[in-house]
Design a protein around this ligand. Structure first.
Ligand SMILES: *[C@@H]1O[C@H](CO)[C@@H](O)[C@H](O)[C@H]1NC(C)=O
Ligand SMILES: *[C@@H]1O[C@H](CO)[C@@H](O)[C@H](O)[C@H]1NC(C)=O
Ligand SMILES: *[C@@H]1O[C@H](CO)[C@@H](O)[C@H](O)[C@H]1NC(C)=O
Ligand SMILES: *[C@@H]1O[C@H](CO)[C@@H](O)[C@H](O)[C@H]1NC(C)=O
Ligand SMILES: *[C@@H]1O[C@H](CO)[C@@H](O)[C@H](O)[C@H]1NC(C)=O
Ligand SMILES: *[C@@H]1O[C@H](CO)[C@@H](O)[C@H](O)[C@H]1NC(C)=O
Ligand SMILES: *[C@@H]1O[C@H](CO)[C@@H](O)[C@H](O)[C@H]1NC(C)=O
Ligand SMILES: *[C@@H]1O[C@H](CO)[C@@H](O)[C@H](O)[C@H]1NC(C)=O
Ligand SMILES: *[C@@H]1O[C@H](CO)[C@@H](O)[C@H](O)[C@H]1NC(C)=O
Length: 621
């Protein structure tokens, strides 16, 4: 006869234990046999064992004072003159470093899943439950990793994979590319738990079979590193978390009106004067290190240099290039302070852009396939003050905006990168860009951010597009505004347009921001980008991005603002649209993801669900 305790254990396993994978794979099955993981776990490709990876990130760095340069150099051993490849990479080394990271993550996991069982449950397998051990994982990758590969070929790899693990511990990964193998390894890490004495690692769910591939290739996070200080180390930590939920693109909103942290050696004063402090800058090496760190994890890291608006910080070094800089009446000339825009009809601006891009593009293009040219919130009134234009009429401005954006996207295409522009360039300014070419580097990708419905408009014009609008996927919303009312309560008399009193919810109690409420993970999760998109244009969707604008975020609260919500978006982008009936299941899997992110990757992620609800089978209404 079974003891009551054993019956309880069996029932509990039957009711609530399943594979907790994030994002949800296309198909999977699991069993109920225990499999221990050998502490000598060996993950092999046909070409051999993994060598030790060379790069890793250091501990979290909070930029309150001083320079981060020392930390990055130390972390990456750059002081030992270890150089990061500048043109093509060894695909084999990328694969081997991914394997080595997975071996280490699995065998050193500290994730004991106590939160997922009732208080009284003895949830861990008995040592005598099984003697089966997982010792070797065999990887069969149909296109074997080569000595060298370009970023373009690397990132166009087939991301599909399969994983099978038998009851007796035979484990196989199949993929068609290194990128597919990296995705498989990212799933593989989620299969195992630590025993509570941290001496062993196991799965109670063998045999396991997983067949997986993504819905969209572009699964992105847009991270603002201009409005507040975000160091390369903070970005590397973010890349770690992104890789655990199979995100594939990191869009760094690198410069804006508030600061210009990116060093441009041929224009040294740009960052010296434009950064918040001359030492809070990203050197070419910092950028290369971060891009390569992403590449190693299957994430294409690309920059946005927003223009012609959002460029006020250029005025710190080159005042003659910027119109309407830092107007006291900023709301007439920009969406937020300080105002300022590149002049629209100035040869000096074209010279500047030529120098900027011929410096920057060759440095970033080896590691990515994109460059973002901005184009949002172009304020017409700024050009009333532009001595080269002196007009706010669309008829005058439209051809000038077309000319400058054609110029910069043209340079990006020449660097064999795909330009990205914000939706306004197409839907408000009626710009046209080369489209329809088979060569993706010739096609402009359009990023929608205002209304979900604009996606249909953009796709119908024949452009490939990215979704992720502020009603659904903005991570900054709902934490309150940052604009203060004038102490007197009214705008100074010299200011023709009232910036105080005109927007009551922002500058009056309760001081709400424009996109309140906060987009919680459940809202992000059920956003269906295909909801109103006709079937004939859906194939033009490249994917989406969730956005972290950093007016009120720096390294201290970055993790908890971004996670777990970006992971919720990641599942939509990998697995396809979700719905409300999937939330209960998702909360358990996402909570499992969150525990791993916290314990194994030291990500300070916010919570997913109250622990009692996870323990007791859910909290529903
Ligand atoms: C891989 O490592 C295992 C032990 O860790 C060893 O037995 C095996 O020979 C190695 N294989 C190759 C190809 O180096
Ligand atoms: C690194 O390179 C610099 C300049 O090339 C050199 O001065 C320095 O000695 C090198 N450091 C090491 C540890 O090799
Ligand atoms: C595991 O091995 C031990 C000793 O070798 C044995 O007593 C035990 O029955 C085995 N357990 C299983 C489930 O085979
Ligand atoms: C690899 O490519 C083949 C042929 O296109 C395809 O059938 C398979 O699903 C792909 N993925 C894996 C994991 O084999
Ligand atoms: C911006 O304008 C404010 C006044 O409106 C002034 O106090 C401040 O010094 C200006 N800053 C710069 C960098 O021009
Ligand atoms: C253009 O400028 C004029 C003042 O010159 C102003 O009255 C008008 O509102 C502006 N138009 C727009 C669309 O802002
Ligand atoms: C773009 O086209 C629309 C519709 O034809 C028009 O209303 C709008 O003024 C145009 N915008 C510009 C900036 O020319
Ligand atoms: C789809 O359209 C309906 C009806 O206009 C609207 O309520 C809903 O918000 C839209 N959903 C998305 C994701 O655009
Ligand atoms: C959610 O999607 C699933 C799978 O497509 C479907 O079975 C279910 O009915 C949907 N639920 C709702 C509330 O739409």
């Amino acid at each position: 006869m079974l003891s009551p305790q054993f019956i309880l254990l069996s029932i509990n396993l039957f009711i609530s234990f399943g594979l907790c994978l994030w994002p949800h794979p296309r198909e999977f099955t699991s069993g109920s046999s225990v499999l221990w993981v050998s502490s000598q776990l060996n993950i092999q490709t046909s070409s051999g064992n993994a060598t030790t990876g060379r790069y890793s990130r250091g501990s979290m760095y909070v930029a309150l004072a001083g320079s981060w340069r020392y930390l990055v150099s130390q972390t990456f051993g750059l002081s030992d003159n270890v150089s990061i490849p500048t043109n093509s990479f060894s695909e084999l080394e990328i694969l081997q470093s991914a394997i080595q990271r997975t071996q280490k993550t699995i065998t050193s996991t500290r994730f004991v899943p106590w939160k997922f069982y009732s208080k009284t449950t003895d949830f861990e397998p008995d040592s005598s439950a099984s003697n089966q051990t997982l010792t070797t994982v065999k990887i069969c990758q149909s296109n074997a990793a080569k000595g060298t590969i370009s970023a373009k070929d690397f990132f166009s790899g087939d991301e599909s994979y399969t994983i099978t693990i038998s009851e007796s511990g035979a484990a196989d990964i199949k993929s068609n590319s290194t990128l597919g193998t990296i995705r498989a390894l990212q799933t593989f890490e989620q299969l195992f738990y630590a025993y509570s004495d941290l001496s062993r690692v196991y799965t109670p769910l063998a045999p396991i079979s997983i067949v997986d591939s993504p819905k969209w290739p572009h699964r992105g996070l847009n991270l603002d590193i201009s409005r507040n200080v975000v160091s390369p180390t903070d970005v590397m930590r973010t890349l770690d978390a992104m890789s655990t939920c199979k995100m594939s693109r990191l869009h760094l909103h690198a410069t804006d009106a508030q600061s210009w942290p990116i060093e441009i050696p041929s224009l040294p004063t740009l960052a010296e004067k434009g950064a918040y402090r001359p030492y809070l800058t990203w050197s070419p090496e910092d950028l290369r290190v971060v891009q390569f760190y992403g590449l190693q994890r299957g994430i294409s890291v690309f920059l946005e240099i927003d223009m012609p608006g959002h460029t006020g910080s250029i005025a710190n070094a080159f005042p003659q290039l910027i119109t309407a800089y830092n107007e006291t009446d900023w709301s007439t000339f920009a969406a937020e302070p300080p105002s300022g825009s590149l002049k629209l009809n100035s040869p000096a601006v074209y010279d500047f852009l030529g120098t900027l891009f011929s410096d920057l593009l060759p440095r970033v293009s080896p590691y990515t396939t994109f460059f973002h040219n901005g184009g949002d919130e172009v304020n017409r009134n700024a050009f009333l003050l532009d001595d080269t234009v002196q007009s706010n009429s669309s008829d005058v401005l439209q051809p000038l905006v077309q000319k400058i954006m054609s110029y910069v996207t043209g340079m990006v295409r020449e660097a064999r990168l795909t330009p990205i522009v914000w939706e306004e360039m197409l839907v408000d300014w009626n710009l046209t860009f080369p489209s329809g070419s088979k060569d993706s580097s010739a096609t402009v990708l359009v990023q929608v951010w205002k209304e979900a419905s604009t996606l249909q408009t953009v796709l119908q014009k024949g452009y490939r597009a990215l979704f992720g609008d502020y009603h659904n996927w903005y991570l900054d919303c709902g934490h309150g505004g940052f604009i203060n009312p004038y102490p007197s309560g009214v705008s100074p008399p010299s200011i023709p347009y009232s910036t105080s009193g005109g927007v009551p919810t922002i500058i009056q109690d309760p001081f709400l921001d424009y996109c309140t409420p906060m987009k919680n993970w459940r809202h992000i999760y059920v956003y269906d980008p295909l909801a109103n998109i006709t079937a004939d244009v859906q194939h033009l969707i490249e994917g989406g991005e969730v956005h972290m604008w950093n007016e009120q975020t720096d390294a201290v609260n970055l993790d908890s603002r971004v996670w777990p919500r970006a992971a919720a978006a990641a599942e939509v982008m990998w697995s396809g649209p979700r719905n409300a009936s999937m939330i209960e299941d998702a909360s358990r899997r996402l909570a499992d993801w969150r525990e791993r992110a916290v314990l194994d990757y030291t990500i300070q992620s916010a919570m997913v669900q109250m622990t009692w609800c996870l323990m007791e089978g859910g909290c529903n209404l």
